[in-house]
Design a protein around this ligand. Structure first.
Ligand code: A2P
Length: 276
């Protein structure tokens, strides 16, 4: 990809062009395409970058005119990983993802090393059971949080509900969770505390239906043999499309949970999954 290579500028006084490195450039180390709509990629991590699991950073490429084209991406890798991982949708006419989907190992991307976000453990009051509620690429911040030992130190039980249109779109999360128990760094801490509840809505699979419907009908509580959500014990983090987030807020408020923030921890927090 031409836009990922260092920008070449012609110096009026020099016979040869001079190489100028992209500001905040990081190098792509791996790319994996999961479906024709989804891909993940890994990049080098700036040595000084510290982040809290669940936070996002701005990443992107230079556009045709050499201007940075940046979007928010949740960091999917755990904070102890040497590299950074991201999980992205491919929007055919999306200004950034239509080009970002073509990156290859060795290419450069721009990464602004200023992590922020509301999906952090500190934005929730202590509780017993933590629910991660995601549609599509909204699983990305939870891919980080599910690998954070702090998650399991704070909660007795962690439930990852993920809904996609079809089975293939669940695969990124399925493989990650399947590998957790045997992970030498985190496996023991996770133990039996993490429960996974994947569903599809447009293809037959063992578990079906939207997260919102499975919560309001009580199906997920019955399937997992846990009590219905309540303000005293349950905490939730939500990440998906705008429609999902707003419907989900209504469902959680219906169970008596209130929206929190870094500065004002309560029972649930919400973040929009990146699209574009
Ligand atoms: P559905 O197939 O019924 O629309 P998308 O790929 O469009 O982002 O959707 C990802 C998943 O999120 C799909 O399974 C979709 O279900 C579901 N979904 C979309 N909108 C909502 C919503 N408002 N509430 C709950 N689930 C939703």
């Amino acid at each position: 990809m031409t836009e990922l290579k260092p920008v070449t500028q012609t110096d009026a006084n020099a016979a040869k062009p001079v190489q100028k490195t992209l500001p905040d450039a990081q190098t792509v180390t791996a790319v994996r395409h999961w479906t024709d709509r989804l891909f993940s990629f890994r990049v080098t991590r700036p040595q000084s970058l510290r982040f809290r699991s669940g936070e996002f950073v701005m990443i992107g490429l230079l556009d045709e005119r050499g201007k940075p084209l940046l979007r928010a991406y949740s960091i999917a890798s755990p904070s102890w990983d040497e590299e950074l991982e991201f999980y992205s949708i491919k929007v055919p006419d999306g200004p950034l993802t239509s080009r970002l989907q073509h990156i290859q190992p060795g290419d450069q991307i721009i990464l602004r090393p200023k992590p922020v976000g509301t999906l952090v453990l500190d934005a929730l009051l202590p509780g017993k059971r933590l629910w991660f509620l995601a549609t599509g690429t909204g699983i990305a911040p939870f891919a980080s949080l599910m690998r954070d030992p702090d998650t399991y130190e704070r909660y007795d039980e962690v439930i990852m509900m993920h809904t996609c249109r079809d089975v293939a779109e669940l695969e990124y999360g399925r493989q990650l969770i399947a590998g957790l128990k045997d992970d030498p760094l985190i496996g023991e801490v996770v133990g039996d505390k993490l429960r996974y509840y994947p569903t599809t809505t447009r293809e037959q699979s063992p578990r079906m239906g939207r997260i919102t419907d499975n919560l309001t009908s009580g199906k997920v509580f019955a399937d997992l043999a846990v009590p219905p959500m309540d303000q005293a014990h349950d905490r939730a983090m939500v990440c998906g499309s705008l429609g999902f987030n707003s419907d989900m807020k209504a469902v959680l408020e219906g169970f008596g949970l209130r929206e929190g923030a870094n500065s004002d921890p309560k029972e649930y927090v919400v973040e929009k999954a990146f699209v574009g």
